[in-house]
Design a protein around this ligand. Sequence first.
Ligand SMILES: C[S@@+](CC[C@H](N)C(=O)[O-])C[C@H]1O[C@@H](n2cnc3c(N)ncnc32)[C@H](O)[C@@H]1O
Length: 418
Amino acid sequence: MAYEHSFGQLMLKQRPLFILKGVLILYKGIPNNKRIHKRGRFMKNKFTLIATAAMGLESIVAKEVKALGYEDVLVENGKVIYETDSLGIARSNLWLRTADRVKLLVGEFDARTYDELFEKTKALPWEKYIPEDGEFPVIGKSHKSTLYSVPDCQSIVKKAIVERLKQKHGVARWLKETGALHRIEVALLKDKVTLTLDTSGSGLHKRGYRVGQGEAPLKETLAAALVQLTNWTPDKTFYDIFCGSGTIPIEAALIGQNIAPGFNREFAFENWDFIPSTVHEQALEEAEDMANYDQPLDIYGTDISHKLIGIAKENAMEAGLGDLVTWKQMQATDFHTKETGGYIVSNPPYGERLGDRKEVESMYRELGKALQQYPTWSVYILTANEEFEKLFGKEASKKRKLFNGFIRTDYYQYFGTR
Ligand SMILES: C[S@@+](CC[C@H](N)C(=O)[O-])C[C@H]1O[C@@H](n2cnc3c(N)ncnc32)[C@H](O)[C@@H]1O
């Protein structure tokens, strides 16, 4: 199979193939890959993976990991820990919609002195992972730990690994580091050291379809989480009435047709010697089989800005969605529909800048009035404006605290009547 960098080209090439195969594809929704993989039971090369997650998204990432068939999942602050084989590394990177990165755990230990950090790092089997010419920059973080100087921790870890690799690979002078990238992280939390290798490369939010963006685009991982936090199913009408560059409708369409979000990008693990070269291909083939291009969708993205509607269209094209999503310039308060039981999932402006506040607040009031005509519709709004319910004129059925980057927001959820 040929892999181009343009998501659009690849999908357009493959879409006819799927239409032919459509009768065989019975899947809907997120992959219930358990039908194919009961991983964990028959694993040869076991790896412990850490899927990192933005604060508040851990349980959604854990649900996705379990949907991939990995059952023993441990959820901690900002991370989801589980075991897989090498195919699981490829599948996790390809499928996890809401995780930031997938890291491979090399070792964990307590350290309160630099000597301890050095010796315990050196005792780990780095040669299993990093070849003689491998490049291995070390990044770090430290929280509530005796060893608080991050640059010092990074350089101690680097020295320890250099010494180990020189010994094990029989290199007398220096390591060239001209080969594949193996980015290492040393993370200290309450004197516990965790050493990982980053299997993803660039963050998983980089799906490869964003060719343009507006002022405040939503991260693709958060957009996917917003969709997955609703009980929307692909047979229902879906609107984002503040769509900007189109992230939420595009993520909804990918979810709706069960398309793996990492289908057209590269990952660091693809260049690693200890991962069989076939696993990425195998995971991609599985993703092809799981995609349901026959699933009809009724997804709309609207925004007040003509320019952003143009950008959203380009992004959707790049994502290989063609004209699956309907894009339209529209004032949100002009929302009209004859459909019942649809979904609105939106990230409107928050009115944080002084001059914008009044305008945004009066728009929220108008929006409340416009949407109250559609009681069967479920409405989901992400905003940092704490007065939202008052302005919108209705108490939310449910609220969830989420972070949009560093901004603390609430996800206001209004369930439609049946
Ligand atoms: C926070 S941005 C949404 C970003 C989007 N989720 C993305 O990923 O690109 C808010 C959007 O609301 C749009 N907007 C502001 N006022 C509007 C209104 N009254 N009606 C419709 N859209 C509006 C802006 O043009 C902007 O694109």
